[in-house]
Design a protein around this ligand. Structure first.
Ligand SMILES: Cc1cc2nc3c(=O)[nH]c(=O)nc-3n(C[C@H](O)[C@H](O)[C@H](O)COP(=O)(O)OP(=O)(O)OC[C@H]3O[C@@H](n4cnc5c(N)ncnc54)[C@H](O)[C@@H]3O)c2cc1C
Ligand code: FES
Length: 256
């Protein structure tokens, strides 16, 4: 798929809580087909100190209205600046980037596991799987009840289960301590995104249960197109660029 470098207008900036917000953007050209798990890189406008584009997962796509939504966590100066964007502002994006999650067959069952803002690529994935008639369950894990975002939205697509570390909502503990993990072999594939330590734990449990597992890496990136090599990760096939060979990898490919 040819990459587009294009301006996009901010249609809305919806604050979810003090950590997360959703940016709804409308590219000024008809949307290309986007694979779940792919990402974009965007400029941070009016911020000369934020020189490099920032990589963000495609959270949702609306081809009819020609919009993309991004779920963003404020962590540093770039995401802080993005959180201040308003309707009418313009960002420049390069998309679609990377290789996304692979499909499973009709009749098979998927488990989607997300932690924190790692739930971002799982919304569009869940919608696409549902459209293809795939049965799916979703587990989303957060530190505490106050951090939980978009539960109703995910639950409107597929049965969604919550874990919190302090037990303030859903099952107490980590995503991998959720009771569904005691019967992982009812799934044909696990798709996950979140902190690396969480994905490693998910991949380990998947391996023990003999279930395929795809993980989405969030290595620090500069160019996003395979030119600077700053995002490489060791794999069974040697060092690979996460921005072009990933961000999604089968966990068996990684030297975890
Ligand atoms: C393929 C991909 C998809 C991503 N999707 C999303 C998404 O959908 N939503 C979202 O909120 N974030 C996502 N990220 C992470 C996001 O790109 C970073 O949080 C962002 O670039 C930080 O920019 P900043 O200027 O705010 O922070 P900086 O000022 O650059 O850094 C501030 C702090 O954040 C840490 N940080 C920087 N980059 C990353 C990173 N890649 N991962 C974790 N910590 C980082 C730094 O170590 C530092 O401690 C994704 C990253 C990748 C590679
Ligand atoms: S970010 Fe430059 S090669 Fe991946």
């Amino acid at each position: 798929m040819a990459k587009q470098v294009i301006d996009a207008e901010v249609l809305a900036n919806h604050k979810l809580n003090n950590k997360y917000f959703i940016l709804l953007i409308k590219p000024k050209k008809k949307l290309e087909l986007i694979q779940p798990g792919q990402f974009l890189q965007l400029t941070v406008p009016n911020a000369p100190e934020v020189f490099l584009r920032r990589p963000l997962s495609i959270h949702d796509v609306d081809y009819e209205n020609n919009t993309i939504s991004l779920l963003i966590q404020i962590v540093g100066k770039g995401t802080q600046k993005l959180s201040l964007l308003d309707k009418g502002n313009v960002v420049n994006i390069i998309y679609p980037l990377g290789k996304g999650y692979s499909n499973i067959e009709k009749g098979q069952k998927a488990l989607l596991v997300g932690g924190g803002c790692g739930i971002a690529p799982l919304l569009y994935l869940a919608k696409v799987l549902k459209k293809e008639g795939i049965d799916e369950d979703i587990i989303i894990g957060f530190k505490s009840k106050e951090d939980i975002i978009e539960y109703e939205l995910y639950n409107s697509i597929a049965p969604t289960f919550v874990t919190t570390e302090d037990g303030s909502m859903g099952e107490k503990g980590y995503v991998t301590t959720h009771s569904l993990f005691s019967s992982l072999n009812m799934y044909n594939k696990i798709y996950t995104c979140g902190p690396e330590v969480m994905m490693k734990a998910v991949a380990k449990r998947a391996k023990e249960a003999g279930v395929e597992c795809e993980v989405s890496l969030e290595n620090t990136m500069a160019c996003g197109i395979g030119a600077c090599l700053c995002c490489v990760t060791p794999t069974v096939n040697g060092h690979q660029c996460v921005c072009t060979e990933g961000p999604v990898f089968n966990s068996k490919e990684l030297l975890w």
